[in-house]
Design a protein around this ligand. Structure first.
Ligand code: DX5
Ligand code: ZN
Length: 215
């Protein structure tokens, strides 16, 4: 099977030393950096917003992969774009006008992704799989790092792989990804693995923790 992209999520990094943390994971071999924006409304937690992304941008050459766990992302997208995001993923459950917002992200020159919560079926993505650059299967209920992987997420990855056909979207997985489930996810079709606690709170160095996820 292929080599997955690893996207460390800074949700479980040391917030008091974020610049150092983002440099460290890029130096450790992570091509992408996953940035979880939470509004305390769509999910029961608040993380950070565009200002923090903008301040981190000069500290990393990694692809900035924004995961917006917010209601009404349209209002936030211009400031996230200006902050230096490369890719923006929004939730099917977070907006009424999914198709329009994907267009808004593309019009800004960025790659666009759509995420589904554990309670949302893959079918909810069907109308947009022709136009998105990535799909994100949430394998925990979003809001917090360090939760356990929901096993049925593997079937969603396989279904997306099965249905992709000639389309180009990357299949991404977020939540509870650990060395003990990463290989099965890649085998099922995952192209990109988000990992928070496995990287920042794993047993080894960041480089070792990232390598362990690649299998
Ligand atoms: C959860 C976030 C994830 C989170 C993953 O709401 O979207 O990106 O940081 O953390 P782990 O890998 O610890 O489950
Ligand atoms: Zn995330």
């Amino acid at each position: 099977s292929h080599r997955p992209i690893i996207a460390p999520s800074i949700l479980t990094a040391d917030y008091a030393h974020l610049a150092r943390e983002v440099r460290a994971v890029h130096d450790a071999g992570a091509e992408w950096l996953h940035l979880d924006v939470m509004d305390g409304v769509f999910v029961p937690n608040i993380s950070f917003g565009a200002d923090v992304v903008r301040k981190l941008r000069p500290h990393s050459a990694a692809v900035f992969d924004l995961h917006l766990m917010v209601l009404d992302p349209a209002a936030m997208i211009p400031s996230i774009v200006a902050a230096g995001a490369d890719r923006i993923t929004i939730h099917v459950e977070g907006t009424i006008h999914l198709h329009r917002i994907i267009g808004q992200i593309h019009d800004a020159g960025l790659k666009a992704g759509v995420a589904i919560n554990p309670g949302t079926p893959v079918a909810a993505l069907e109308a947009v799989t022709d136009i998105v650059d990535q799909v994100l299967v949430m394998s925990v209920n979003p809001g917090f790092g360090g939760q356990s992987f929901i096993a049925s997420s593997l079937d969603k990855v396989a279904a997306l792989r099965e249905r992709r056909g000639a389309r180009q979207y990357l299949i991404c997985v977020d939540g509870g990804v650990k060395p003990d489930n990463a290989a099965a996810l890649v085998e099922a079709g995952a192209d990109m693995l988000v990992a928070g606690s496995a990287v920042f709170q794993g047993a080894g160095t960041y480089a070792e923790n990232i390598a362990a996820l690649r299998g």
